[in-house]
Design a protein around this ligand. Structure first.
Ligand code: HAM
Length: 426
């Protein structure tokens, strides 16, 4: 027996049974962001490795441990994108989208991180994200958060998710804070795990993002960046809070929320749930006012977020909020005998031309009438059309009602379209 080749660990197939729900959710998200003026952008799945090193940060879990990096045939170092913001910024700079302009962009697609797979954490996963450029004020922060709140409301999840909010201040205020944090962490050096000891001097903020349970009380008691941020960032944050309060969106201030990527400044936020186990964040984002400049563009303030679609769908499943597929056929077309098979294919095409909204499932590769009608029943179709040698001779077609207690009828070919129109279109 040949060995069966399986999918890569942590990379999932999405089968037809679940894709109806995926498409529904994607459509809801798309409709909402487009109603706020966001336009789609698609960027490559593979980018230069340097792009992620420079944006996400060298001393982060993603860049240090999780990237799928390889040399291509030219010897260039390439990486499967582990997140969407960097590519979006790169494309915007390359195509002059940010210079003296406001941009609201959305994207969707697969991302790759070599994490340890578990429920809600995969090596290939999908995000739906947005990025807004050229707007420094707190109003866009608030609008973006309100937009996410609208998504949860539309999907029926408002009761099951909570919003955490923090501000990381600007670059300068963070430098001062770093010194305090390093002093505090150095005092507790023996309680730091290996990663944190290494990061203590290269990127101390990352220590606060550690998920190591043994370090949580140390992290909780660390000096808070929120207490140290500059006056302008504080005013910005207060205004975001005011706007959210006014819109009656509730949130929890979490001074320990630092996010796992280095490009953030000022507002950061995360929506999470306690219904999915350890992988509780379904959406995360924040401001990244320096990233465009850092990647070689002109200064352009920016903010964005991304939703983990696997987790969002899992949450909808958990609360039985997944819509049921309406992709059942209207008509099952049974064809009995060679002559019927020949004519049936064209007749089905003709019906599709005349009745484009009607879903027709044609029986292919023959079978007895009995077995075809069994398949018709299983398909969920409302009607079976039956074409055999007799029907062809008499220029009629037999119609069997699969969901009603009604006798089978015979309809002349000339009247078939108007008969079906009455059944399905009106
Ligand atoms: P992130 O927090 O790394 O942010 O990812 C956003 C969301 O993607 C998470 O909240 C989670 O739902 C989902 N996610 C992340 N990793 C995995 C995984 N291994 N398996 C399944 N789902 C996962 C970003 O990626 C930023 N680019 C968001 C952003 C956009 N910030 C500003 N603009």
């Amino acid at each position: 027996m040949l060995k069966i080749i399986q999918a890569i660990r942590g990379m999932n197939d999405l089968l037809p049974d679940v894709l109806f729900a995926w498409r529904h959710v994607e459509q809801v998200l798309r409709d909402i962001v487009e109603s706020y003026g966001y336009r789609e952008i698609r960027t490559p799945i593979v980018e230069s490795t340097a792009l992620f090193q420079r944006s996400i940060g060298e001393v982060t879990d993603i860049v240090e441990k999780e990237m799928y990096t390889f040399e291509d045939r030219n010897g260039d170092s390439l990486t499967l994108r582990p997140e969407g913001t960097a590519g979006c910024v790169r494309a915007g700079i390359e195509h002059g989208l940010f210079y003296n302009q406001v941009q609201r962009l959305w994207y969707q697609g697969p991302l790759f991180r070599h994490e340890r797979p578990q429920k809600g954490r995969y090596r290939q996963f999908n995000q739906f994200g947005v990025e807004a450029f050229g707007m420094p004020g707190p109003d866009i922060d608030a609008e973006m958060i309100l937009m996410t709140a609208r998504m949860w409301q539309k999907l029926g999840l408002s009761e099951h998710v909570t919003l955490q909010l923090n501000s990381l201040g600007d670059r300068e205020s963070r430098k001062e804070y770093h010194e305090k944090l390093v002093a505090y962490l150095s005092k507790h050096h023996d309680q730091l795990d290996e990663d944190s000891q290494r990061r203590l001097h290269t990127n101390p903020l990352r220590v606060l993002d550690s998920k190591n349970p043994d370090m949580q009380s140390l992290i909780q008691n660390a000096p808070k960046l929120l207490d140290e941020i500059d006056a302008e960032s504080r005013a910005h944050f207060d205004r975001v809070r005011f706007l959210l309060d006014q819109a009656e969106v509730s949130y929890v201030i979490n001074p320990c929320l630092v996010r796992g990527l280095d490009y953030y400044s000022r507002t950061v936020f995360e929506w999470s749930t306690d219904c999915l186990g350890a992988q509780s964040a379904i959406c995360g984002g924040g401001r990244f006012d320096y990233l465009v400049e850092q990647l070689g563009g002109h200064v352009a303030p920016a903010i964005g977020f991304a939703i983990g679609l696997e987790r969002l769908i899992a949450l909808l499943e958990h609360f039985h909020l997944i819509p049921v597929s309406d992709l059942v056929p209207d008509i099952y077309f049974a064809l009995v005998g060679v002559e019927a098979e020949d004519k049936g294919l064209l007749l089905a095409e003709h019906l599709r031309d005349a009745l484009p909204s009607v879903k027709i499932l044609m029986n292919a590769s023959n079978g007895s009438l009995k077995s075809q009608l069994k398949k018709a029943d299983k398909s969920g179709a409302t009607l079976a059309l039956i074409l055999g040698a007799n029907e062809i001779e008499q220029e009629v077609i037999a119609v069997k009602f699969l969901r009603e207690e009604k006798d089978q009828v015979v309809v002349s070919m000339d009247e078939l379209i108007s008969f079906l129109e009455k059944e399905f279109v009106n």
